[in-house]
Each structure stands twice: as C-alpha cells, then as structure tokens.
Design a protein around this ligand. Structure first.
Ligand SMILES: [Zn+2]
Length: 252
C-alpha cells in the first residue's frame, strides 16, 4: 500500500500502512539514543516528549516512559495469557476476577477494560506512551505497576499526573483514558500525541481490524469477530479527545 500524505496545517502527515497501523510492522517508529532501546516512537513524538520532559524537569517533575510502541505479537501474547487464565483479570475497579467462572464475553470485557485488542492498540501507532515519575521506584527498588493508586493523592506519580493534566496539551499530547466512560479503565499514565494519533484512529476501520484478526491466533476469536463492531465502539472508539477537560476523577 502506498503511503499517502495528508495535509494537517503547515506540516504533512504520512498515513500509516495497514501493517504499521496494526502493529505488524515497525517501519514508522524508531529508537532514541537517550532512551532505553526497547522504546520506540514516531520521530515527531520523540521531539515532543523530550521538550515536555525538559519543561517538567524545570518544574521539579521527572517524566520517564514505561512503554511506547508495542507490536501485534506482543499484544497477542498479553491477550492470550489473560484469556486462557495464565495472567490475572481485573474489573474496572481493579478487583481480581476468577477467569474460570467467566463466559467468553465476560473474559473479553475484562481484558479490554485494561488491555487492547491486538491490531487495535494505540501503542501500535508509535504515537502513544505510558509515562511515570521514576524517582520513588528507583529509590525504593520497587517495580512500577501502572495502577491507579500510584497516580492518586499520596502516590509516587501524583505530582506528575497533575503536571501532565495541566501541561501535556502544550506539547501536543492528550490523555485518551483520562476517565472511565464504560469502556477502557481510567489510565492517567497513557499519553497520546494528538496530531498523529487522530489520523491513525480514523484509518482503523472494523473491516480492516476483522481482516487482521481472522488470520491471527487470537484466543476467543469467534466471539470477538461476532461482536467486533460493538467492541470497537465501546473499547476503541470511545476515548477522551484532545480538547476534553480530563477532570481527574482518578484523584477522587
Ligand atoms: Zn498505554
């Protein structure tokens, strides 16, 4: 598929190929010499993040990236482990569920509250990353869990969450999971580079996703394909936009 430039203001944005959009190729993302080699983003997203990191540092906040680009196979492995009961499932409040007692639909709903459907992760696009303040974790030698408590009042990422809520948009980022809306749980750590994420979201149709999933080894595939339009609406399309005030229900 040819890459077609689309105009956005004074700069040109190149559309992702289907393989890039769905995480099956990584030709749109790159590493950065100042960051861990596992981290990959689109070049303009690196520039924006580094500018934001410097501004945060000037305000006494350290920002680090826990996760950036993830490919289809990585997302598929996460999905299948959860569906098959090899990794824990949680409800939208973060309460542990008993996978064995759940129907196909309940498993899929629980997975999609916290993890994306392979092919439909915003992390495939190279525009999105999970961000935290690393200082407390380094001092305490504790692993980051990416749970609400870390970002709530008294948590080690609370100040960073407040700072991001105020300033991320100055650097072109927004919080697509700023609050729970009945689909994906609130994720105050997940940032999206709006100008490049919006066209990627627009490219991802149900038909395209279906083609990718039919050919995959997705656990629960029959259920997912039968419900794909509804699942896409609830868990993929229903996000907070760049101009919505993400008033912090997670701080409550
Ligand atoms: Zn994320």
């Amino acid at each position: 598929m040819l890459k077609q430039p689309v105009s956005a203001g004074d700069r040109t944005i190149t559309e992702l190929t289907v393989a890039e959009l769905t995480g099956q190729q990584a030709s749109h993302v790159q590493r950065h010499p100042d960051f861990a080699s596992a981290l990959r983003l689109q070049a303009p997203v690196w520039d924006a993040f580094i500018a934001m990191q410097a501004a945060a540092r000037a305000d006494g906040i350290e920002l680090a990236i826990a996760s950036a680009f993830r490919d289809f196979d990585r997302q598929l492995a996460i999905w299948n482990r959860k569906y098959l009961g090899h990794a824990p499932l949680y409800d939208e409040q973060g309460q542990l569920l008993n996978t064995e007692q759940l129907s196909c639909g309940e498993r899929v709903a629980a997975i999609m509250t916290w993890s994306a459907l392979p092919g439909a992760s915003r992390h495939h696009w190279g525009t999105d990353c999970d961000v935290y303040d690393p200082r407390w974790f380094e001092q305490q030698q504790q692993p980051l869990q990416l749970i609400a408590a870390e970002y709530q009042h008294g948590g080690p990422c609370y100040d960073a969450a407040l700072w991001l809520q105020q300033h991320a948009s100055d650097f072109g980022f927004h919080l697509p999971y700023a609050r729970y809306q009945g689909g994906v749980a609130a994720e105050p750590w997940h940032l999206s580079y709006s100008q490049l994420a919006a066209p990627a979201a627009g490219q991802l149709t149900t038909e395209l996703l279906q083609q990718v999933l039919v050919a995959s080894e997705l656990a629960g595939k029959d259920f997912v394909l039968a419900q794909l339009a509804e699942l896409k609406q609830r868990y993929i399309d229903q996000v907070c936009g760049p101009n919505e005030d993400g008033d912090a229900v997670w701080f409550g």
